[in-house]
Structures are given as structure tokens and as C-alpha cells.
Design a protein around this ligand. Structure first.
Ligand code: HSE
Length: 314
């Protein structure tokens, strides 16, 4: 049996929602898992890039042996029913840029889990898949929208369960995804974060999260402009993301821009705006990075409302 799963890219945090807000985007990886017939062939993992710009270096971020995140996810699922995976051929077709803060690791974890779950006859329900995916990824803000689609607020609870709700993104607001050519591994981007933060910074983000949710529900642009700020992760990561500070400053007084935030752990940046002025916004971002000799892909994308789905079973 051979199962293919298509999984969307995701952007996490969206400013104040560190480790708890995420959104699916219409760029996809496809994970195929095949039970091989020859015993003793073990696990084979192949990564095939469909992203012209991906080089071998970037694909190194996807380990291809039994230490890989996809293998760990599949193994946890097999273990949950008292089995061990063996003789599997895993192929990952990637379109999601690697190590840019667009959920490429979450996508392979989720793709692997859904494909393995199909091969095993659905032992895991959505809640179990969310828990296993979060255990492997370490936080739920990419894996949740990768599984369920849309914009989500998601929380990893003390018992390992994942509580999430979908929120509706106002159609009036555009999401412009700015992806620089350079990479930033999530573990490096997390390593610069402090273990503790000042109380006033925590309070700053608590306020912004409340504002964010209310602004989404009421389509309140003025409130969203206040909400799209953060003191828990972006200030610490600024030094790892050349151009971010300058881009934010250059967009600050631009008409219709509601905010400029890091996508996940970076280095991609999201610009949230009301629906015009997009060309101007894109050229400001492009020019700012150009001045630093950084090439970038800049695209305005809708929210992907669907999560991962099985697209082929042979
Ligand atoms: N919330 C995570 C972080 C997302 O900011 O490190 C990583 O993609």
C-alpha cells in the first residue's frame, strides 16, 4: 500500500501569539509512504525539491535517517499501537521553502503521521495526531493549522492534549509573505530566547493577544494595528533576521499597513495590510532587502482553509 498526503505551509506566532497562533498557507509539501515488500530493507527517506531555489544545503535541514522528525513521528504512531515501523519508503516532495519560518518541518511531521495512520487503518483520531505531532515539533502552532487548516489559536495542555479553536481571518485583510533567500534554523532562532521574561513584557503580549482576537472578530483595523506587536520573541530574534527592523520602520507610516511580523521563527516576514497598496508594500520590502544584498520572494497569499489531506492511495 502507498499513501500520499498533501500538507499546507504554516505561519506561526503572527506577532503576539508566540507558540499559540498559527495559520495555514497555500504552499504545499507532499509526503508519500509506501510499505515495501522486501523484508530487511529498513526505512528509506528521500527528499525531492520542487522549489527551484532550494539548494542541497537547505535540504540538509531535513534529515533522511532514523533521526529524522518524520521517522520519529511515524515511530510514535506505530508505538502507540504496540508496533515498530519497518520497511517503509518515505518520499517528500517539497515546495515549502526550508528553514524560513513557513512550517516545512511541521508539514513533514503531519504528512508522515497522516500517511502512516492510513496505512495502519486509522488507529489515531485527530486529537491523537495533534498530540503526537506537537510532541515531535515541540510546540503546536504550526502542526495544528497544518492538520486542521485555517487560522487557529492552539494550546498544548499539561496532559499532552491540544486545545484549539479556529478563528476567521477577515477577507478584507491581506497577508503578504516575504521570504528572503537566507535560512534560519528554528533551533538557532529559539536558542536566543530567554528562559524568563520581564513581567511587563508578558503583560504587553497578554494585552495584544486579547486585542488580536477581538480585532479579528470585529474587523477592527485600528485595534489590529495595536495588536500586531510582540515583546516575547521578535526583539531577541531581530539580530538573526537582517532587514526586519528596517522593513518594519520603512512600513510603519505606510497607508493601510496594519503590521509587520516575523513568520514563525523567521526569517520570513508577514506584512498584514488592508487590501490595497500591495505593490507599494512589496517594493518597500524588496528595496530594503536589496540594499542589504538580500534577494527575496514576496507573495500575497490567502489563508488555506483546508488542512492536510490524503490525495492518493494505491
Ligand atoms: N512558535 C515557534 C517559534 C514557531 O517561534 O519558535 C516555529 O516555527
Amino acid at each position: 500500500m502507498k499513501v500520499s498526503v498533501k500538507v499546507p505551509a504554516t505561519t506561526a506566532n503572527l506577532g503576539p501569539g508566540f507558540d499559540c497562533m498559527g495559520m495555514a498557507l497555500p504552499i504545499y509539501n507532499t509526503v508519500t509512504i509506501e510499505e515495501t515488500v522486501l523484508p530487511g530493507t529498513g526505512i528509506e527517506i528521500n527528499v525531492i525539491s520542487e522549489d527551484d531555489k532550494a539548494d542541497e544545503l537547505s535540504l540538509e535541514h531535513i534529515p533522511m535517517d532514523e533521526n529524522s522528525i518524520i521517522y520519529k513521528a511515524v515511530e510514535l504512531l506505530y508505538n502507540s499501537i504496540g508496533q515498530t515501523p519497518s520497511e517503509l519508503k518515505i518520499t517528500i516532495h517539497t515546495q515549502i521553502p526550508v528553514a524560513r519560518g513557513l512550517g516545512s518541518s511541521a508539514s513533514v511531521i503531519v504528512g508522515g503521521l497522516l500517511a502512516a495512520n492510513e496505512l495502519l487503518g486509522h488507529p489515531a483520531d485527530e486529537a491523537a495526531l495533534l498530540s503526537i505531532a506537537t510532541e515531535v515539533e515541540g510546540h503546536p502552532d504550526n502542526v495544528t493549522p497544518a492538520i486542521v487548516g485555517g487560522l487557529v489559536i492552539t494550546s498544548s495542555e499539561e496532559d499532552g492534549s491540544i486545545a484549539y479553536r479556529k478563528l476567521e481571518w477577515p477577507k478584507e485583510w491581506s497577508i503578504t509573505v516575504c521570504i528572503p533567500e537566507y535560512e534560519l534554523a528554528t533551533d538557532i532562532s529559539r536558542s536566543v530566547l530567554p528562559k524568563e521574561v520581564p513581567m511587563q513584557d508578558a503583560v504587553f503580549n497578554v494585552k495584544r493577544m486579547g486585542m488580536f482576537v477581538h480585532a479579528i472578530h470585529t474587523k477592527d483595523s485600528a485595534l489590529m494595528k495595536l495588536a500586531l506587536k510582540d515583546k516575547l520573541h521578535q526583539p531577541y530574534r531581530m539580530k538573526l533576521v537582517p532587514g526586519l527592523e528596517k522593513i518594519a520602520a520603512n512600513l510603519k507610516h505606510e497607508e493601510n499597513v496594519l503590521g509587520c511580523v516575523l513568520s514563525g521563527a523567521g526569517p520570513a516576514i508577514l506584512v498584514i495590510s488592508e487590501k490595497n497598496n500591495l505593490d507599494k508594500i512589496k517594493s518597500i520590502v524588496r528595496d530594503t532587502w536589496n540594499d542589504l544584498n538580500i534577494k527575496a520572494e514576496i507573495i500575497t497569499l490567502p489563508v488555506e482553509e483546508n488542512g492536510a489531506e490524503i490525495i492518493k492511495i494505491d
